[in-house]
Structure formats: C-alpha cells, structure tokens
Design a protein around this ligand. Structure first.
Ligand SMILES: [Zn+2]
Length: 316
C-alpha cells in the first residue's frame, strides 16, 4: 500500500501548490472586481449634483479658488489628507477684457509602495463655461456633463481605492484641472511642471464628458476612446478591459483629440487616452447641461475602464 501512496501524495502536493500560485492576471482580476463592485452610480450622481450646485465653475469667476478648495476637501474627506492645490497664473483676454488671475489645479495622490516615482494620472477638468454671445458664465454655468462627470470619475475611483486599502505599486495622481475651457491651461501647467521635474508619467487617463447617453438599451452603449501617436499600447489595453468588465462597445474617432487635457500630455511625450461619450449632447455649454440629462449607469461603465487600467498598470 505504501508504495502506491507516494504518487498520490505527490499529486496532492502539486495540486495544492498550483491552487496557491495565482497568476498576475488573476491577481489583477480579483483586485479589479473588488474595486469596480464599489464604483457606485449614485455616488457619481451625488458629486455631479454637488458641483452643479456650485453655481458656476467658470475659471474667471470670483469663486474659482473656493471651487478648487471644495474639490480638494472632497478628496481629503476620502482620506487623501495631503490633497492640495497647485496654482498658476493665467493671463488672457476674454470678450475684450484682460484678465490676470491665479488658477488652481487640485491634486490627490495615492502613493505607490514599490515604484512611487512611476506615476499614473487620472484627470479631468473641473471648470465650466457657456457658449454663445449672450451667455454669461460668470454667475451660472452648471457644467454637469462637461465636465463634472469627469471629475466625479476621478473622485469615485479615488474613494473606492482608499476604501479598499488598495496600494498600487506605482503612484496614482487624481487631478482636477483648472481652466480647460479657455485653452487647456491647467493640464498645460501640470504637464509642464512634470516634464520640468522629469516626472515619470507612464499613463494619463482623461475623462471629459462621460455621462450623456439617452438610450436605455445598454446593448447600444458605446464609448469613444481617443488616442495619440504616442499612446503606445494603452488603446489595446483599454479595449481589452472594456470588453472584459463593461457592457460598452469601444471605438476610436480622434477628430476631437486635441480639444481636451490629454492632448497636452501627449504633446509633452506622455502616453495618454481620452474617454468621451458617444451620443451628441444637445446641452453642451448651455444652461441645460444639468444632472437631469446625465446617465450615471452609463457613466459608471466608463469609470470602470479607468479603474481597471489603473490596476493593470500598477500591479506587476
Ligand atoms: Zn470639457
């Protein structure tokens, strides 16, 4: 009998060691599933409502520092105790008047435990505007879709990673950019400073307008993932993770890829992607860009892609 026991034992030992040894792919998958299960459409809606209710987030308005401080404090309320404002001077003419005003990017950092110098940026502009000659963005510019939705994405991923005690191997910076609507100034300042200090940004994910989808039929939902000549393998990874974790079909139409913050990162040589809704938003830059017309179940799907990418790039 003893003679036969050895192969059985050996088989059991091999089986046990196989079960213990998770592949990198399995580790990433289990972390991603834990995180995305906590990404909440109601949370996204609550942040967008909160930002809309600030009245205006126009970058030349008197309340601009208060807006930035409030967003910073929201990150702090999630446990990002060192979330901070990074200021820069914006000098430009708007409708015939010269302005010289301080602007404030908001940065919250999740420190990497293995390669803290290697940075992934998840960013979105927080300023809003109205178009049209008679519009006055100085007092009211709700900007729910454009772009409270993108800031909500960064806030929600930041919250969920902190709540789950997720520790990335590289560092993640959640950034709310100022003054995008007048010319991508916030991302310009951030990317310039990063480049100037030789920061190692391995990936920049930009969410700008990610919550407009009038169809209730999920099988019709799509997301446009815009890229740049130096986006490297990011589009491939994004498409794979979207197929794995979301209901969304993905496609790439780069027509507008110069019109949001990710463009600046690409110009500075950083690999970037830009997530953008599929359907035309009739409320763009109008007083009707309000939370009522946003679809947060759809928005949540897009947020999942950034979440999965941050795990993919920070567990290796
Ligand atoms: Zn925008």
């Amino acid at each position: 009998m003893k003679k036969h026991l050895f192969p059985v034992m050996a088989f059991l030992i091999i089986l046990a060691s196989c079960a213990k040894e998770e592949t990198l792919e399995e580790i990433r998958e289990s972390i991603t599933l834990d995180l995305i299960q906590d990404i909440n459409a109601d949370s996204l809606e609550s942040y967008v409502t909160w930002m809309q209710n600030m009245g205006t987030r126009f970058c030349l308005s008197d309340n601009r520092r208060k807006v930035a401080v409030d967003i910073r404090d929201k990150f702090r309320s999630f446990g990002y105790t060192t979330a901070y404002l990074d200021s820069f001077l914006l000098e430009r003419n708007y409708r015939g008047i010269d302005y010289s005003l301080w602007q404030y990017n908001v940065i919250a950092r999740l420190e990497g435990d293995r390669y803290p110098d290697s940075i992934s940026v998840m960013g979105a502009h927080y300023d809003s505007i109205l178009s049209g000659p008679e519009s006055d963005p100085f007092t009211v510019a709700p900007g729910a879709h454009d772009n409270a939705s993108g800031v909500a994405a960064a806030l929600e991923v930041a919250r969920v990673m902190k709540d789950n005690n997720f520790t990335p191997e590289g560092s993640i910076e959640f950034v709310a950019f100022a003054a995008e609507e007048l010319g991508l100034y916030g991302s310009w300042d951030y990317a310039f400073k990063a480049s100037d200090s030789r920061a190692k940004i391995k990936m920049m994910l930009n969410n700008d307008m990610i919550a407009y989808e009038p169809s209730a039929n999920m099988s019709e939902w799509k997301v446009n993932i815009l890229n740049y000549v130096n986006s490297l393998n990011l589009p491939t990874i994004a498409n794979r993770l979207a197929a794995k974790y979301t209901v969304l079909d993905t496609y790439t139409d780069n027509t507008l890829n110069k019109y949001s913050d990710s463009y600046i990162f690409s110009m500075y040589g950083y690999p970037a992607l830009f997530f953008f809704k599929d359907a035309d938003d009739p409320n763009y830059h109008s007083l009707n860009d309000i939370v009522d017309y946003c679809n947060f179940i759809y928005c949540r799907e897009i947020v999942i892609i950034s979440t999965a990418m941050l795990v993919e790039k920070n567990i290796y």
